[in-house]
Structures are given as C-alpha cells and as structure tokens.
Design a protein around this ligand. Structure first.
Ligand code: ZN
Length: 443
C-alpha cells in the first residue's frame, strides 16, 4: 500500500530526500510512457527502502520531527548506476597501451592478476574499487575477481563494508594461462563451492560462476561450471564471448566441433537466463536466436571495445532480436569507471553502426534495463515502492561548459543527452546505498 502524506510519522519513515527525480518504469524502446520525472520531489524512505515518491509541495508539511532530510534541491536524483561487467583486479592497469585482446591479456592482465595471490594487495584494490564505484554513482556491479579464492573474499568483504550490491566470482582457468593463474577442474569446483556457501545470498552478495573465456577452460572445467549451476539454482554465470576476431578464430581451433564461439558455452549448458556475456560483437543470426531463447544478457562494453579495437557492437540488432542488454565499463580494458562516460562512448558506437542511441534509452540501460536483465528488477533499478534505495545525486551544472549547455537545453531529454555527452565523475554529488549516504563529493 502506498503511503500518503498524513500517514508520515517516525514509524513509517526515517529518511527523506528532496531533489528533482528521474526514473524509468518501462523500456523507452518499447513504450512512450517510460519514465517519471518530478522537478521538485520528495522521496520517503524507511530502513533503506522506498516508501513514497511525490511532489515536495504535497509532503513537506507532513515530515515528522527527527527525520533525516537530505536537501538536493539543485540536483537530479536517479537510481544508482549498474555496471554489468567489470574486473576489479584490473583497476590499476587501466590505460595500458597498444595491444589487442590476446596480447593485452598476456602482457598486462595476467602479470597484474598474479599479484592477487597476496590477500593484503587484493584487499587494498577491492576497497579502492568500491570507493571508485561510489565516486562514480555506481551501486551495483557484476565483477570478475581472479583465480585466487581470497580475491573473491576481498571484493565481497569490501562491498559488504559499503553495503553495495555485488555479483562476483572466482575466475576459472585451467589452461592457456601462466602457471600461477591456473586452477584445475577439480580445484575450481571445490573453491567455487566453498565461496558459494560463504557468500551467495549473504546480504547483497550474489555469486557468479566465472570462467574467464572458453580458451582458458578445458571441457572438464566447462562441465564443472554446468555442475555448479545445477547444484545452486540462483547462481549467475558470467564470461566473455565473441569480442575479437583472433579470439573467435582461436576458439574455432580449440573447439573444432562447434558451430560458433557462443555454441561452445551453449553446448555445455552455460547459456541461462542468469548468464551475462560480455561483448557479443561477432555473433551470427543463430547465436542471437539462442541468446533470446535462453534469456541470456549481453554486457555492452563500449569503451573497452573501442580501446582494444575489438569492433562495433550492434545495439540495434540486439534490440531487434529482443535480447536483454545492460551497459558495462569492463575496466581495465574499459577506459573509465564512470557510466556517463561509458554512455558517451555507447552513443558513438551506435552512430558508427548507423543508428542513434537516445538519452532515455541510454539511462534505461544503466538503471532499470540492467536491473531487469540481471534479475534484480524486483528490488533495484527504479524508485518503485518497496525497492532498495540505491541512488546517485547528479549535478548537471558541474562545469561552466555544462552550465552554458544546460541553459540552452529546452527539454529533459536534451539535458540528459548533454549530461551523458559532457558528464563524468565531477557530476556525481553524492551516492546513497540502501538510503545511507556513502559518498559526498569533496569529503
Ligand atoms: Zn571483461
């Protein structure tokens, strides 16, 4: 039941937020009535959950004494951004020069990931990563750890400290990697099982079975992935597919009996509605059909795809096939932790592919669209009553250039578009997680 202003007291609310509010209720690609915008609004929370959202004028007189009121009147509040694919261990190796995928893994990624055998180092980077999420307004991420089980403990413990919703898992790779980063089918099963028992469903932690990509796993290890999914129905699975042409060719050598790269995962039963596949650039018609039939999600990583020169993902083709898509940074091949900058690059990728990504669709992909794709739509992604109050407070006038551009904008959509083209971490004024402020710019 929706709360009404006269019911406000200390038993029905403990936090109120005043701001302009924008959130999505439907996919802008499918429905005209896709968002709600309240220019001077109040959002009422109780124990970190949304109780009401309405016009400030209707609610202000009824706010009880002792309530925590955050006044962000000059700013825009949106649901916290969701990053559907990223690698926390690669935080410090972002912006490593001059290679395409396979060389980049060998020369930069693997040497970096070897360091995560050291738990203290993993803890340091995990904490930094979570603080970067908050500084950029991201409140949920799907994250790769490394092959070391302690790297998973490190990121879940760091996320727990800030109450962040996190999907993460131990990378599985038993071949085509340096010896220090290889596990075995048997050890990966045992370690993943221990981590699942320790973390999956604890607070806001979700475990994802995480084979790095098909070239790094034997048939036996891919079978282990399927076994884990069978034993624990609510697990996610995350991996990479069809990112780079040399990688696609390598997979066809390693798995000669398969119709396509995606078919390797499919044949092991690893396409499920709780699966997240990063990139999906070089898919064919049959692959797209299978993505739709299985309900798998594509993580669209524009800054990474441009940085490694991997190719142009066709958002339009995915949309026309009805495949779920969420936006992702893919740090450290991705060049920014910031979702605004990621949407900027997504727009350009779409332009090069011959269609224009609207601002509404872009922000939908980073909020409700991602929440639905990741099966978190019942608790995250917009400001519906009962949902968890993860949100970002955005300053649309963070720079003089933005002030000048916003002053000329004539509609909400025009302002949002300027935000996604010109905005970055300087726009993130504050980030709240389960209602609590976990980041305030300048403090
Ligand atoms: Zn990745």
């Amino acid at each position: 039941m929706a709360l009404i202003p006269s019911q406000l007291d200390n038993t029905t609310c403990d936090v109120a937020i005043r701001a302009a509010f924008l959130h999505f209720v439907e996919d802008p690609g499918q429905s005209e009535h896709n968002h709600e915008y309240i220019e001077d609004g109040i959002m009422i929370l109780k124990q970190g959950r949304i109780q009401a959202l309405g016009n400030a004028g209707d609610w202000l007189d009824y706010l009880p004494d002792g309530l925590a009121l955050y006044d962000y009147s000059a700013h825009l509040v949106m649901p916290g951004f969701i990053d559907a694919h990223t690698h926390y261990p690669q935080s410090e190796m972002i912006a490593s020069y001059g290679a395409q995928l396979l060389d980049w893994l060998r020369d930069y990624t693997f040497p970096t990931e070897i360091r995560f055998a050291d738990r203290a180092y993993a803890d340091d980077i995990a904490d930094f990563f979570c603080r970067e999420m908050l500084r950029n307004g991201t409140t949920t991420s799907a994250v790769f750890a490394t092959v070391h089980p302690q790297s998973v403990d490190a990121i879940f413990e760091a996320a727990e400290k800030y109450d962040l919703c996190l999907i993460a898992g131990k990378v599985m790779m038993d071949r085509n990697a340096p010896e220090e980063l290889r596990d075995t089918a048997e050890s990966s099963y045992r370690q993943a099982t221990e981590l699942i028992n320790r973390w999956h469903g604890k607070g806001r932690a979700h475990y994802a079975v995480t084979p790095r990509f098909a070239p790094c796993s034997s048939d036996a290890q891919l079978q282990v992935c399927a076994q884990l999914l069978k034993e624990h129905a609510s697990l996610y699975i995350q991996s990479h597919v069809a990112e780079n042409r040399d990688e696609v060719a390598w997979v066809s050598e390693l798995f000669p009996g398969h119709r396509s790269y995606l078919d390797v995962y499919d044949s092991f039963g690893l396409l499920t509605e709780r699966s997240i596949y990063a990139h999906c650039i070089h898919l064919d018609e049959e692959d797209r059909k299978r993505m739709l039939q299985t309900g798998a999600t594509i993580a669209f990583c524009p800054t990474s795809n441009m940085f490694l020169g991997s190719g142009l993902f066709s958002l339009e083709m995915a949309h026309n096939h009805g495949i779920a898509v969420a936006i992702a940074t893919d740090v450290g091949a991705g060049t920014s932790f910031n979702i605004l900058r990621t949407l900027n690059e997504a727009y350009k990728v779409c332009q090069l592919a011959g269609h224009s990504l609207t601002a509404f669709k872009a922000f939908y992909l980073a909020t409700l669209g991602a929440a639905k794709a990741l099966h978190l739509g019942d608790r995250l992604g917009n400001f519906a009553i009962g949902k968890e109050a993860d949100f970002v407070v955005l300053d649309l006038n963070a720079t003089e250039l933005m002030q000048r551009r916003m002053a000329r904008a004539e509609s909400l959509e025009e302002r949002l578009f300027a935000l996604m083209m010109l905005g970055d971490d300087r726009c993130v004024q504050a980030t709240h997680v389960m209602g609590r402020r976990q980041y305030l710019r300048g403090q």
